[in-house]
Design a protein around this ligand. Structure first.
Ligand SMILES: NC(=O)c1ccc[n+]([C@@H]2O[C@H](COP(=O)([O-])OP(=O)(O)OC[C@H]3O[C@@H](n4cnc5c(N)ncnc54)[C@H](OP(=O)(O)O)[C@@H]3O)[C@@H](O)[C@H]2O)c1
Length: 156
């Protein structure tokens, strides 16, 4: 299954440039949810998100997409996002698309599932999750966590 995993606020904000890790908030519970979901899995992210995190996340295979070069032996560098997604679809392996905005936007037509942590409130930042109205996702499950609502959408 190809999944998007993302945390957004009420306005679908996802990123803030001058924060320590690129996120507009510090939400420990969401970080734990992200860790639990992606541990020992393959995660894919754009170069900007990778640079904002600053290192590969432990115990996960990390694919970083860039149209340029990235000299980092700790991750697998790919130059074609859609080709990489199709490869995982074909071999029926799970892939977690972890952002950022430009990667989410391009991946939306190909993913089977959206896993959205809805962080309540409005925050400061400049990067937003794209609208996904046109892709026919249906809300399948909604779980009230302590500090956010976890929504699972599947493609209809
Ligand atoms: N809230 C969340 O859950 C969450 C999750 C992830 C990220 N974020 C935030 O989102 C922000 C970053 O988003 P962003 O849109 O600016 O950047 P991004 O999507 O992380 O990365 C963009 C870069 O990825 C590469 N790229 C994009 N499309 C590509 C393609 N089709 N093939 C190959 N490479 C491709 C390009 O790298 P080159 O320029 O090197 O070619 C591009 O500059 C940060 O603030 C981050 O913290 C939030």
């Amino acid at each position: 299954m190809i999944s998007i995993i993302v945390a957004t606020d009420d306005d679908l904000l996802i990123g803030k440039k001058d924060s320590s890790n690129g996120m507009p908030w510090h939400n420990k519970e969401d970080l734990q949810h992200f860790k639990k979901t992606t541990l020992h899995q393959t995660i894919l992210m754009g170069k900007t998100t990778y640079m904002a995190i600053g290192r590969p996340l432990p115990h996960r295979k990390t694919i970083v997409v860039t149209r340029g070069e990235l000299d980092d032996e700790r991750v697998e560098v790919r130059h074609d996002l859609v080709e990489t997604i199709q490869e995982y679809k074909n071999k029926k392996e799970d892939l977690f698309i972890c952002g950022g905005a430009s990667i989410y936007k391009q991946a939306l037509p190909y993913v089977d599932e959206l896993m959205i942590s809805r962080i309540p409130g409005k925050h400061e930042g400049e990067t937003y999750f794209p609208s996904f109205d046109e892709y026919n996702f249906q809300l399948e499950k909604e779980t009230q966590m302590e500090t956010f609502v976890l929504q699972i959408y599947k493609k209809g």
